[in-house]
Design a protein around this ligand. Sequence first.
Ligand code: SAM
Length: 214
Amino acid sequence: MRVASCGLPIFETYLNELIEWNKKFNLTAITDPEEIRRKHFDDSLLLLQAMKLMDESVVDVGAGAGFPGIPLKIVCPEIKLTLVEATKKKVEFLEHIIKLLDLKNTAAVWARAEDFAQQHRESFDLAVSRAVAEMSVLCEYSLPLVRVGGAFIAYKEVTVEPEIAAARQALEILGGALREVRKYPARSLVIIDKVNVTPVKYPRRAGMAKKRPL
Ligand code: SAM
């Protein structure tokens, strides 16, 4: 489905920069403009069909070239956005885009999510993440960042049920509870409520979540 906002010139500027930078650095495997609009921009904005964003603090875990965080920020300029990304070149691209698009209250942080979470526990209203890790691993990266009463939304493949089942224990340990799975033609959005404080021992040190999923 085409999201009308993607026709805004600001999205075209983002698209052109992404294509230019991608000639030098590997930012995205998708290089066709129409595919970028559909698979990056429209896909990122699907969240807005599941919930309204006002002025929430939002953290995008493993933001890559800015998805889904930057399209959400463009359409919902009042959110306070933090993009956490482990690859330096991608963070440089994000910093460039933030400046070029003049995005206020937006920061790109070069860090592993596990390390970032140690300094920013329970501080965001909403965490979002797309194409970063399996559900149980992703929950350990993201849920410690969310305050009780907030939420975590994972952008997942349409068939996500086996991953959710495998993450049941992780959810419980980390203070999350599955609210619902929203299904779209090419995407599932897994919405998790933060219902309890995450024990301080999580996330474990960088790399452990992936090595030994909960
Ligand atoms: N979210 C973007 C998207 O959907 O286009 C990027 C997806 S890319 C496949 C996964 C990104 O997650 C990579 O840029 C990688 O560097 C980042 N990443 C993986 N593990 C991470 C971690 N523990 N902390 C921060 N970033 C991480």
